[in-house]
Design a protein around this ligand. Structure first.
Ligand code: GUN
Length: 285
């Protein structure tokens, strides 16, 4: 069993990004990311803090628009319009979830697709589905990069994705399909989840339910990617997979923490640099 070490890979990607931001700065360009955080959800606050810290280390300018949960949809749309127009901002990220009175779709659709470093805008979603170049959501993109680092080719593999969210499961499914895996996607209404997971050469789980995947649900020699982040009462951070009992059966498995989580951050920085490099190109023509 080999551990898929996302932390080490993420650190080396972040070093490469630092070199890229230094190069951009020689051309008088500082890559910039605007983060919009609404409300005081502790998990969102902690993710945003990690993103800001990573930007700082990588030489990316970041600005945080922090708003109370009572803020109106119009006000958020105003900020987005301002960031769309701001030529120092290459990427715009609205931390999800948003408060219930705010229409999430409307907010995401207001972001300029060229600055949509989360890859959530339907323009970029459509490009991913069609197999075209565009911004791809950071977590599933990070999974593909991690597999690639360990020379795991998904072509022809039976892949099973558990969780069908717009942020993780659906883009994960499309990336795997574009790379010619055979993909099963499971969700809350799936009957007999184990019958799907047991067939998988590559099992990817992003649900947010500790202990969901037990040893009897995993094929011998499977590659297991755990995207779940669950804080247990005892303060321990675990994924969705019963790591202790599942790991011995696997050829490869991601730890939690230190697997997919750090890759998400690295991919956000990479998407922001990609947007900034596009800016250079546009300025040169
Ligand atoms: N909430 C949970 N994951 C994410 C993410 O990758 N991006 C944003 N914007 N919000 C999230």
């Amino acid at each position: 069993m080999t551990l898929l070490d996302g932390k080490t890979l993420s650190n080396s990607i972040q070093d490469e990004i630092k070199q890229k931001t230094d190069k951009l700065r020689e051309k008088n360009i500082t890559a910039g990311l605007a983060v919009i955080l609404v409300g005081d959800d502790p998990a969102s606050q902690s993710y945003v803090k990690m993103k800001e810290k990573a930007c700082d280390k990588a030489g990316i300018y970041s600005i945080l628009h922090k708003m109370p949960s009572s803020i109106s949809e119009e006000k958020i749309l105003e900020i987005i319009a301002m960031m769309n127009k701001n030529s120092n901002i290459d990427g715009i990220l609205v931390q999800l979830p948003l408060p219930r009175h705010v229409n999430q779709t409307k907010i995401i659709e207001a972001i300029d697709p060229a600055k949509d470093v989360d890859g959530f805008h339907p323009f970029n979603v459509g490009r991913l589905v069609a197999g075209l170049e565009g911004f791809v959501p950071c977590t599933p993109l990070g999974v593909m990069r991690l597999l690639n680092r360990y020379n795991i080719d998904v072509k022809g593999l039976n892949a099973c994705v558990v969780g069908a969210s717009n942020i993780v499961g659906k883009p994960m499914m499309n990336l795997l399909l574009n790379a010619f895996a055979t993909v099963d996607i499971c969700h809350i209404y799936t009957k007999d989840l184990a019958s799907h997971t047991k067939k998988a050469d590559l099992l990817i789980v992003g649900v947010g339910k500790a202990g969901l995947i037990t040893e009897d649900m995993v094929k011998d020699g499977a590659i297991v990617i755990d995207i779940g982040i669950n804080h247990l009462q005892n303060g321990k951070l675990v994924g969705d997979v019963d790591f202790e009992n599942v790991a011995p059966k696997c050829s490869f498995i991601t730890p939690v923490p230190g697997g997919v989580g750090p890759m998400t951050i690295a991919m956000l920085l990479e998407n922001t640099i990609k947007a900034a490099e596009n800016r250079t190109y546009q300025d040169n023509v």
